[in-house]
Write a protein that binds this ligand. Structure first.
Ligand code: URA
Length: 230
């Protein structure tokens, strides 16, 4: 993108004033003074105008197909993080809306819109999440009834909210839950005497993981997807 356009998009200066600033040597790109008004930049470049950093102010909403082995955190000393998979400016300001375990794959939403994140993650909003679960032992019909009634997880005082389990085959099922307790799906199956060996999130609310995204790939959400949480 052209630097003058980037500054114009993210400040209230006219193109003329931006060109004057560039000609006066008041604009730097990664510390180097710019002297051409048509100079261009990469998304990760740092632009400073008259001592002030210019940041892209647009709010971002991203869906990522999380692969196993990536941590849902902004930094981690042991493992790569989901942010390592994302290549956009100011990615450090993205919040992860509903974390997945290191070994869980599937849909992760990231945004720098704190209110939108709250709509997805607040316990009061009961946003539904659908997981594809693979277990070590066969899944019984009794498990579905147990989950529908609510489960007392180890260390908790309240039952889980009613959850919907649909068997796919003897060792695989889809589970829809409306809350996001720590390791919730694994703990629910543990409470039923089973073990989860693979877990994949397929959807959050009405947002489905895009089948075009391979593990590690991401895309920006559409306006319809964004507004599905308003
Ligand atoms: N429940 C879990 O146990 N793990 C996840 O990553 C997500 C939900």
């Amino acid at each position: 993108m052209r630097i003058d356009k980037f500054i114009g998009n993210n400040s209230d200066l006219s193109r003329t004033l931006i060109h004057v600033a560039i000609k006066r040597g008041l604009v730097t790109c990664n510390g180097e003074t710019i002297n051409k008004t048509n100079a261009s930049m990469d998304d990760s470049d740092v632009i400073i105008l008259n001592g002030e950093i210019i940041t892209a102010t647009q709010t971002r909403y991203i869906m990522l197909h999380k692969p196993a082995g990536y941590v849902c955190a902004n930094t981690d000393s042991e493992h790569p993080t989901v942010l390592d998979l994302i290549d956009i400016p100011r990615k450090e300001s993205l919040q992860i809306a509903g974390r997945l375990d290191l070994d869980t794959t599937g849909l992760v939403l990231l945004t720098d819109d704190g209110q939108w994140n709250h709509l997805l993650t607040s316990p009061n909003k009961s946003c539904s999440k659908c997981y594809f679960v693979t277990t070590t032992d066969s899944i019984s019909d009794a498990t579905a009834s147990m989950f529908a009634e609510g489960v007392l997880l180890r260390g908790e005082t309240k039952l889980t909210l009613p959850a919907h389990l649909t068997l796919v085959n003897s060792h695989q099922a889809r589970l829809e839950i409306k809350e996001g307790k720590y390791h919730q799906v694994k703990r629910m199956f543990a409470a039923a005497g089973n073990n989860v060996i693979a877990l994949h999130r397929e959807s959050i609310g009405n947002i489905l993981l895009d089948a075009q995204l391979n593990p590690g790939e991401y895309r920006h959400l559409t306006d319809i997807e964004i507004s599905s949480f308003n």
